[in-house]
Design a protein around this ligand. Structure first.
Ligand code: ZN
Ligand code: ZN
Ligand code: FE
Length: 761
């Protein structure tokens, strides 16, 4: 029977080849009608045999274009209009729609096949792409997403490309970056002096030779320049670290294929799915054994960040059989913004030996995304390429609010109707360059999305650069407590609206009492929160300096808890720091430059220093990361053994966690030469147990409160803590939630802030 239906498909369905896909289905199933983009998604009006219509719908659901993501599909019976053919009709532009910016995607299988086919006209062409793959976000400078608004406008399409572009049956129909070797960008290899050495295929072959010879080559990718070198050559890796001013922080590697990755690391099926997805992030994997790669790739860690080649250019590099694994790290020196423009070349020349450049401009820089698995779920360590700027839907009224995040690993969020568009991971706002880059990206996002903010949400910390930037915007400022933002960010990430409990284990955040918080038990929602419990404060002699030098944390704790014996212990643990220990003692006694802190991050720092694992951090979180790495390295039998701690109520009826007995016992174990893995396991077990007991004690006093618990804050990057606290709470009848779409560290603050601002207005 002849019937007519209207199908509305919502989700990531625009600019991903959805209309040509529907057009193709209309031919396959002999249907007439139309397909059109509108503000919410794709609308299909289709007429034909009932059975054929059903098959079309079935295929839309089962087999959509690979980079499409269908969130919702609605089908309605409508009267027949007797269309004579099937047509793609122009997008309906509606002023209310949220401007939509697609994400960059890794090269698809079809393009890869064509690139390797000597008879194809794009054979070995490093910029091959289609509706299913290629650059997007990084090349768009204005909306709507048309070629004339991308950096590809400098390359007029040749006749053949134009024919493909205009053909609705072609998989490059309306692929805005479409090009070929006749009309598109080219690659050029330069030496340090800026002299051009080779072009196109020969530039790529030469680059491979240089990498094999132990040179460092800067390679322009989708979102910026990487530094590349042979990952098997320890000497050049050391050289690269020196030039990037990055002595210890792990370096990511790019490997030829999933098989090579499997030789080096353990890979679960979920990890493999993500490694090979169109987003192709760096996935943090467990190394198989020592000695396969030089130790200076990820010093003192059992894991390594791995990604697969995601641009056609990367694939061409790996055509050489002797190249299997290269270090691929963003080219910027540590702590500085990404390098992505031609004007950065002079700077690049100082840190690399050669530059493989190309002339497709990058308008928006973006870093590689980094993801880690906690057994089954993916957790973002860095949300960037492939995931940004996909909007997060919200039920809160965030329209015209912007939120500027915190200081470390920062992001901002922009509200447009019921969407939150979060920036990619930008980094630490510790210097002028980073602050300028943050402001520039913020400006672009507002322009892009047409947002004229009325309200600006910032962290309460009076000295954060993001807070100062917020003030210069001359809008109503809403200041938000750091851990409240973490709490609400995790609620939003899990679609929770009603007040709930939160365990926020974090580095440092400015507390409402002016002290440094970071081991918090909160209860509340976006409107307000109560602080029900926290870790007892100890002095942090030197403030910021103690954050960079974990051993100072340990000394602060010891001198505070046991003024006499503590000093002796300090001298035993850190015998070459005698002078500084004396100085710190004075600082604590006279309360000079000695803020009070109760944070999980600083606790890990102290224990890491006490155990001799890391006494000075060269990157944020190093001491804690190296300490917790012991938990995945050695699979110890769980003994259930733990250290002691006290729970007490203070005058304002808050529970206080006193971990001094644990610290004392850790030191005794250390001095008695107990093994680090055993101490570290006991330490972790203690932390899990005290968190569960705190929550139990809280609900005993307040039986009426909601038994949902959100877990947020940077310390939850520690997979053991996250998993075990979650399991422990579930055993006691709670529902525990961790982050899903944003990281748990300070990269999530802007999300929490924008939601809180929406509810406090
Ligand atoms: Zn493709
Ligand atoms: Zn062409
Ligand atoms: Fe934080």
């Amino acid at each position: 029977m002849h019937k007519a239906i209207k199908v509305i498909v919502k989700g990531r369905v625009q600019g991903v080849g959805f209309r040509p896909f529907i057009y193709y289905l209309s031919k396959k199933y002999h249907l007439n009608g139309t397909v059109q983009n509108n503000l919410d998604g794709v609308i299909i009006l289709a007429e034909g045999e009932e059975g054929q219509l059903e098959k079309m719908v079935d295929e839309i659901i089962r087999n959509p274009p690979k980079i499409a993501k269908i969130n919702e599909i609605n089908i309605y019976q409508i009267p027949l209009a007797h269309y004579k053919e099937f047509t793609i009709i122009p997008s309906r532009k509606n002023g209310d729609s949220i401007p939509w910016i697609p994400c960059d995607a890794a090269i698809c299988e079809n393009c890869l096949e064509e690139m390797n086919d000597p008879y194809n006209r794009r054979f070995q062409y490093p910029f091959i792409n289609c509706t299913q793959c290629g650059p997007r976000y990084t090349i768009i400078n204005r909306l709507p997403y048309d070629r004339s608004n991308t950096t590809m406008k400098e390359f007029p399409m040749c006749h053949d490309c134009k024919v493909e572009y205009e053909d609705p049956m072609n998989r490059r129909h309306h692929a805005q970056p479409i090009c070929c070797s006749d009309c598109g960008p080219t690659v050029t290899l330069y030496n340090q002096g800026g002299k051009s050495l080779a072009e196109n295929q020969s530039a790529i072959t030469k680059t491979v030779d240089l990498i094999k010879q132990g040179k460092i080559v800067a390679i322009k990718g989708i979102g910026g320049f990487h530094l590349a070198c042979d990952a098997y050559q320890e000497k050049v890796v050391a050289q690269l670290r020196l030039r990037k001013r990055r002595s210890q922080k792990p370096l990511a590697i790019m490997v030829k294929s999933i098989e090579v990755a499997r030789n080096l690391c353990y890979i679960s099926s979920q990890e493999e799915d993500l490694l090979t997805s169109p987003e192709m992030p760096i996935v943090i994997l467990k190394r198989k054994r020592e000695g396969l790669l030089p130790p200076n790739i990820s010093p003192s860690l059992s894991t390594i960040g791995v990604m697969l080649p995601y641009t056609p250019l990367h694939h061409l590099l790996f055509e050489d059989d002797n190249l299997k694994c290269i270090v691929m790290t963003s080219a910027n020196p540590s702590g500085l913004p990404l390098l992505y423009k031609d004007s950065h070349l002079g700077y690049l020349q100082n840190i690399c030996d050669y530059i493989l450049n190309h002339n497709r401009k990058i308008d928006f820089p973006i870093d590689d995304s980094v993801v880690q698995f906690d057994e089954e779920n993916a957790i973002f360590v860095r949300r960037a390429r492939g995931f940004v700027p996909e909007p997060l839907k919200t039920t809160s009224n965030v329209d015209n609010i912007i939120a500027l995040g915190g200081n470390q690993k920062n992001t901002f969020s922009v509200g447009k109707q019921n969407n939150i568009v979060m920036s990619p991971h930008i980094g630490d706002l510790e210097n002028e360059e980073m602050i300028a880059s943050f402001e520039e990206q913020l400006y672009h996002y507002k322009e892009f999305l047409g947002v004229k903010e009325k309200y600006v949400a910032v962290d309460k910390h009076p000295l954060y650069a993001s807070t100062s930037i917020g003030k210069t915007l001359n809008r109503k400022i809403i200041s938000i407590q750091h851990h409240h933002a973490h709490h609400v960010s995790c609620m939003e990430d899990n679609g929770l609206n009603e007040p709930c409990l939160g365990i926020i284990l974090d580095g440092t955040g400015y507390g409402d009492d002016g002290n440094i918080w970071g081991f918090e038990f909160l209860y509340g929602d976006a409107k307000s929160f109560e602080r029900l419990a926290h870790l007892k404060y100890t002095p942090l002699p030197g403030g910021e300096k103690a954050v960079k030098e974990p051993w100072r944390n340990a000394v602060g704790m010891l001198l505070y808890y046991w003024p006499q014996e503590g000093k002796e212990l300090c001298m035993k643990l850190f015998p070459d720091r005698l002078k500084e220990i004396n100085m710190m003692e004075q600082m604590i006694v006279h309360q000079m430059n000695t803020p009070l802190a109760g944070t999980c991050g600083r606790l890990f720092d102290a224990v890491s220093a006490i155990l001799g694992i890391c006494s000075i951090s060269t990157y944020e979180g190093e001491a804690a990361i190296k300490l917790s790495d012991y938990m995945n390295r050695t699979k110890l039998e769980s003994t259930g053994e733990m250290y002691s701690f006290h729970l007490k109520s203070n005058t304002s009826n808050q529970l206080q966690l006193d971990l001094s007995p644990m610290i004392y016992q850790v030191i005794q174990d250390r001095l008695q030469q107990k093994s680090n893995p055993a101490i570290i396991q006991k330490f972790h077990t203690t932390l899990v147990s005290c968190c569960i007991q705190m929550i139990l004690k809280i609900v005993r006093n307040r039986p009426e409160i909601n038994r949902k618990v959100v877990l947020s804050g940077g310390s939850f990057q520690n997979v053991f803590l996250a998993k075990e606290i979650q399991k422990g709470l579930q055993k006691e009848g709670f529902n525990a939630y961790t982050h899903k779409h944003v990281p748990c560290h300070d990269g999530d603050l802007s999300l929490g802030q924008i939601i809180i601002a929406a509810h406090q207005l």
